[in-house]
Design a protein around this ligand. Structure first.
Ligand SMILES: NC(=O)C1=CN([C@@H]2O[C@H](COP(=O)(O)OP(=O)(O)OC[C@H]3O[C@@H](n4cnc5c(N)ncnc54)[C@H](OP(=O)(O)O)[C@@H]3O)[C@@H](O)[C@H]2O)C=CC1
Ligand SMILES: CC(=O)N[C@@H](CCC(=O)OP(=O)(O)O)C(=O)O
Length: 365
């Protein structure tokens, strides 16, 4: 038995609570030396069903992983392979935009399930992708096969699929907060303001002028104003939820901290809707979710609540003077915003319990 048959056999065994002892799941990571790739390694190493991990690098193949990341010393992570990956069950692509789309078809033809942490398959329209990413989409025909990998919204669609578009970090934090409220028509759609802040690891490991220490330390700045690439992704998913096209005012900021992101959203509520209606809507949508938490009234999210974990935290109020909803959401950009969510997606694709490899709360303080 091999490939998909073996996966189904495993799913069957899970349902019957007779876990197969010898798992041979082979998982690969392209871009394993990047921040998202390193976070994947951390999660996959403790994932009880991943038997073999193939780590790939375009620039330092042949080096030991511990040479790149000495904090892995003594953990036998192994040697980085080149990008010519062997046959695998699942491949995570943690690469710059454009690179995964040009290779995905080859992996899919080999029956390798692909989870893309980049943006190549998030947008439904190649034209929109080209406009915002300034890249010609390398494989437009594959867009229709990709499933947007936000499990709390698309769980049933993700199960068993072969090509998953892991959402962007800002969209994840925003969509978790807004989608249920828009689906239930509780908010007006003409004035949605998303004021977002991210830690610097969101920009990846490569150094640029804007993210080196002296530019970031004791500094706070907006960037990508009215032009950030996550805007069309957020609008695509919010429009779908609202059942009508909408636009948002989205402004990201860089905060002098390493990980975490916090989003504050301002929205007008619909006539006759109050705070309890909004809260009840979230409660209904997220009551059985293990990674999304509505905090007790009056407790506002902090980035440290999520640091190093796959958990998202939400809070809202309706300002009694303006009548506007103020909504706050926090996630760890490298976890629920990238690697954690990608592992959650793998678990769904393969049919494993969704939380495998993702246990644990934040590192506090
Ligand atoms: N950082 C974050 O918080 C988030 C990141 N993402 C997405 O995940 C993906 C990876 O991001 P992140 O880990 O932050 O980025 P990094 O820059 O830290 O890592 C990207 C890795 O891609 C590899 N790579 C392969 N080919 C190239 C190439 N031609 N040019 C540059 N790098 C190349 C590099 O590894 P090597 O040289 O070893 O091949 C590099 O380490 C991106 O698509 C990003 O948008 C998504 C959500 C959040
Ligand atoms: C702080 C910072 O620079 N953050 C990144 C967002 C990272 C992310 O979610 O990645 P994608 O590029 O995969 O969409 C940015 O603004 O581009």
């Amino acid at each position: 038995m091999e490939g998909i048959e073996l996966l189904y056999e495993r799913m069957y065994n899970y349902e019957n609570e007779t876990r197969v002892e010898e798992m041979t799941m082979r998982v690969g990571v392209l871009g394993a030396t990047g921040y998202a790739g390193q976070e994947l390694v951390r999660l996959l190493r403790r994932h009880e069903e991943v038997a073999e991990l193939v780590l790939s690098s375009s620039s330092v193949a042949g080096q030991g992983y511990e040479e790149v990341y000495p904090h892995w010393n003594g953990q036998n992570i192994g040697i980085l392979q080149d990008e010519d990956v062997p046959d695998l069950d699942v491949l995570f692509c943690a690469l710059p935009h454009g690179l995964t789309a040009s290779r995905a078809r080859g992996f899919l033809d080999r029956k390798i399930k692909v989870i893309d942490l980049g943006a190549d398959f998030r947008l439904n329209s190649a034209q929109v992708y080209e406009e915002w990413y300034k890249l010609k989409h390398p494989d437009v025909d594959l867009l229709g096969q990709a499933v947007y990998g936000l499990p709390e919204l698309y769980r049933e669609k993700i199960k068993g699929q072969s090509l998953i578009a892991n959402p962007g970090c800002y969209p994840t934090a925003t969509l978790l907060a807004l989608v249920p409220l828009l689906k239930e028509q509780l908010l007006q759609t003409e004035m949605l303001v998303i004021d977002a802040k991210s830690g610097v690891s969101g920009a990846g490991r490569g150094v640029s002028l804007g993210n080196h220490f002296s530019e970031v330390n004791e500094n706070f700045k907006a960037y990508g104003v009215a032009s950030h690439r996550h805007t069309p992704e957020i609008e695509q998913e919010l429009s779908r939820a609202a059942g009508q096209p909408l636009t948002v005012s989205f402004t990201p900021h860089l905060v002098p901290m390493t990980r975490g992101m916090l989003i504050t959203i301002y929205a007008k509520v619909k006539e006759g809707i109050n705070e309890a209606d909004l809260r009840n809507c979230w409660l209904k949508h997220y009551a059985s979710e293990q990674f999304v938490h509505l905090l007790p009234q009056g407790t506002w999210p902090q980035t440290k609540f999520s640091s190093g974990s796959n958990h998202a935290f939400l809070q809202l109020t309706v300002d009694r003077r303006t009548g506007n909803a103020v909504i706050v959401s926090t996630i760890d950009n490298l976890m629920k915003g990238a690697a954690g969510q990608a592992v959650q997606n793998m678990n769904l694709v393969v049919g494993w319990p969704e939380e495998l490899g993702l246990s644990g709360t934040a590192l506090w303080p």
